[in-house]
Design a protein around this ligand. Structure first.
Ligand SMILES: *Cc1c(COP(=O)(O)O)cnc(C)c1O
Length: 399
């Protein structure tokens, strides 16, 4: 049967304490026990369903985590105070000193900086590869490789990872495949293709309101339990826990994610096609000429479309600055990093979200200094938005 992430969430029955249709917010750091024995069992991880302390579990966080696990088709999940909190905890749980990671060279700037600059402290070696080149991935694998790390859709080139193939490569060496699915919630379900761990910045599409940062880690019960083990769990000991007030808000927003993704996708497709028609260089996985279009079609849950992210190339950083400033003044959206917001956001990748990636690497991934990444909003009249963008491009003589 077809896996439908939206129905998975819809089928959850999570009620408030007094039958509220939204689960109650548990505004407590600690939890009381009737019997001392149960407290000890909870510490030892032996008492089912008992809450001990909110850095470990809070009922509000559990509702959201259960909904994320349902959406991803994983056994369990845990929610974090940021996407980076999720990514760093998820990685550190799986590696020891002297281990090795194979990672996509086009991953999120913060993730890239963590892998490149931070992990060497622990003598953990990372090989960066073109994740769409499976021979390069295979050749990079070593006996001590513990993780193959990628993003379903990479930033900012919008490459698509062939998740089933990568899972096979990782598993043949007893490594785990970890996938950041931030750009493609509902559109792609990585665990169904063999990903062992799926991480999220919920800051983006999942929450969709740009009012907080948050993250999630989805995986097996065994793995999630190891993360929050009181003696050696990375999440438990480093403590990047999400606030339960935020959790309850994000859960409500998650219930409209399927509608939002469809609108983001159809708006992005409209802009991509029309901007291409007037002669602009456009990157969008929904277009047949995109190098990873076929891979995307193989992976996608089709009703959610090809996503809300497009990139256009206006050749120079100066052009990019001029067009972004004019688009902001004309009400196309905001010059801002981040994505998945109800309004359109745009930024010049080389001067913002990929600025942690050295210029050499930017060049080798084929990234132009004039690349503008758009997170296309939920605009009701996308033709009107398109006309505004076109006017800016014409006035600046870019088309
Ligand atoms: C934003 C982002 C992150 C980091 O998430 P934060 O919530 O900002 O910590 C990680 N991966 C991707 C793909 C992102 O877009």
């Amino acid at each position: 049967m077809k896996f439908d992430p939206a129905s998975q969430i819809q089928d959850l029955e999570q009620f408030g304490e007094f039958g509220g249709v939204n689960p109650a917010i548990t505004d407590s750091a600690t939890f009381t026990f009737m019997q001392a024995k149960t407290m000890l069992e909870t510490f030892q991880g032996e008492a089912e369903g008992c809450f001990l302390y909110s850095r470990h579990w809070n009922p509000s966080n559990k509702y959201l985590a259960d909904a994320m696990a349902a959406m991803e088709g994983t056994e369990a999940a845990w929610v974090t105070a940021s996407g980076m909190g999720a990514i760093t905890s998820a990685i550190l749980q799986l590696v020891d000193t002297a281990d090795h990671i194979v990672a996509s060279r086009t991953c999120y700037g913060g993730t890239y900086a963590f892998l490149m600059n931070y992990l060497p402290k622990f003598k953990i070696d990372v090989t960066f590869v073109d994740i769409t080149n499976l021979d390069e991935v295979k050749a990079a694998m070593r006996d001590n490789t513990k993780i193959v790390y990628t993003e379903t859709m990479t930033n900012p080139m919008l490459q698509i990872s062939d998740i089933p193939e990568l899972a096979e490569i990782a598993h043949s060496k007893d490594a785990k495949l970890m996938v950041d699915n931030t750009f493609t919630p509902m559109m792609v379900t990585p665990a169904k293709f063999g990903a062992d761990v799926v991480v999220y910045s919920m800051t983006k599409f999942v929450n969709g309101k740009n009012d907080c940062v948050s993250g999630a880690i989805c995986g097996s019960v065994e793995y999630i339990s190891s993360l929050i083990d009181v003696n050696n769990g990375t999440a438990m000991l480093l403590g990047p826990v999400l606030d339960p007030l935020r959790s309850s808000n994000i859960l409500k927003n998650l219930h409209t994610l399927h509608i939002r993704m469809k609108q983001h996708s159809s708006n992005a497709m409209y802009l991509a096609k029309n901007l291409k028609k007037i002669g602009l260089d456009v990157l969008y996985p929904g277009m047949e000429e995109h190098p990873d279009h076929a891979t995307m079609k193989k992976l996608m849950n089709p009703e959610f479309g090809f996503g809300g992210m497009i990139a256009i190339d206006v050749k120079t950083a100066e052009n990019a600055a001029a067009v972004m400033e004019m688009m902001e003044a004309d009400g196309v959206g905001y010059l801002a990093v981040s994505l998945g917001y109800f309004k359109t956001l745009f930024s010049n990748s080389g001067k913002s979200t990929s600025s942690e990636v050295p210029e050499e690497e930017q060049k080798s991934m084929g990234m132009s200094e004039g690349l503008i990444r758009f997170s296309v909003g939920l605009d009701n009249d996308i033709e009107r938005t398109y006309q505004k963008i076109k006017k800016c491009l014409v006035e600046l003589k870019l088309i």
